[in-house]
Design a protein around this ligand. Structure first.
Ligand SMILES: [Zn+2]
Length: 231
């Protein structure tokens, strides 16, 4: 067991808080999808990693941060932006007390992997001189970076993340930067692993072969790979 640094992955929003909504997608669903992927990958690579939520649960700012503040070295908080349909690009936000290097590396990596422009890397102070974002203000010594992968309500940003290849490339680019920061040896996922463990979907069980074949045909027609297994 390595004595490396630890990280917690935060899937933004959840439950009764959908976050942004655009083109039929809720931000909370994409943040969970990307967080679960990163969690599995980091675990596979030997990182000490945890999640703030692994399901569609509601977490207010206190509940979200209370369980891990100061207990992990790092936190990545996953989000998508929304504004006026015209703003676009990748943003990362670090604490006003933090060095911006890690946040810059994350922004560059996500921008490269997604093909979206790098909009900005920044921090924000409130009137009392503390961090404006609660993920920085309430997380103690845990070094937190908020990642805004793009604008959910920008047509092209949105379309890119609708493509699984781009979605997971962006997710993976964060895994690589995190490994470097944690001092863990990074290994790209094998195609076989991606096909078998990460994208495996079971789509129903039928007692009649004809029913199974009908669903398989439907899935194939929709562009999915379908395999009928007799079990
Ligand atoms: Zn958000």
């Amino acid at each position: 067991m390595s004595m490396g640094k630890s990280i917690i992955i935060d899937a933004g929003h959840g439950g009764s808080d959908p976050g942004a909504t655009a083109f039929g997608v809720k931000e909370k669903d994409w943040t969970l999808k990307i967080s679960l992927y990163q969690y599995e990958r980091l675990k596979e690579l030997g990182a000490a990693v945890a999640l703030t939520r692994s399901k569609d649960t509601t977490l207010d700012s206190a509940a979200r941060t209370k369980v891990f503040r100061g207990q992990y070295d790092y936190c990545i908080s996953n989000h998508w932006n929304a504004f006026n349909g015209k703003a676009r690009g990748v943003e990362t936000i670090h604490s006003i007390f933090a060095d911006k290097t890690f946040a810059s590396q994350l922004a560059k990596a996500v921008s490269n992997a997604s093909g979206l422009p790098l909009r900005r890397v920044f921090s924000k102070k409130n009137a009392s001189g503390t961090d404006w974002y609660f993920m920085h203000r309430l997380t103690g010594t845990t070094k937190t970076v908020i990642i805004e992968y793009g604008f959910l309500d920008h047509k092209e940003d949105h379309a890119r993340y609708r493509t699984d290849a781009i979605f997971y490339a962006a997710a993976e680019s964060v895994v690589e930067v995190v490994c470097k920061e944690l001092g863990i040896r990074y290994k790209a996922p094998s195609e076989k692993a991606a096909a078998t463990s990460l994208y495996r979907v079971q789509n129903g069980a039928f007692s009649k072969k004809e029913q199974a074949e009908a669903l398989a045909k439907k899935l194939t027609g929709a562009g999915f790979e379908a395999v009928i297994v007799k079990g």
